[in-house]
Design a binder for this molecule. Sequence first.
Ligand SMILES: [Zn+2]
Length: 150
Amino acid sequence: MTRPRTPDAELHYLLARTKRTRKGCKEWLGSKMKDGYGTVGFQGRTWLCHRLVKTLSDGPVHRSLEVMHICDNPACLNLDHLVVGSHSDNMRDMILKGRDSKAKITGADATEIRERYAAGETQRDISLSFGITESNVGYITRGLTWRHTA
Ligand SMILES: [Zn+2]
């Protein structure tokens, strides 16, 4: 089977193979693991569908972080239902924080981001190493986030 390869086409392809539920979830109709998570091959790797959707939409997700469902539906690929967090984050915390990029990084990360940016590193390089979007790096370097948090 021929499959699209560009990120945009892949994202479109994945979301086209979902079924909308009453709760607003977009359930993956392709193959699933026993625990209900959808899986799909992309660029030579097998991905969890929801993690791939988040990556295609928002950029790389740092390997130490998980993409989690606020809707508790493992097959759901609705970007509005996906949040990024660490293993130790509890679910209630993630729901409260929603998709806010501040949930992905610590105050120490924000300090490092500002230092690296000041030292001449590009926003793109920084975004890739922290698994956040370039615009989030921009917010952090301009001090729009993390000013009042530790
Ligand atoms: Zn959902």
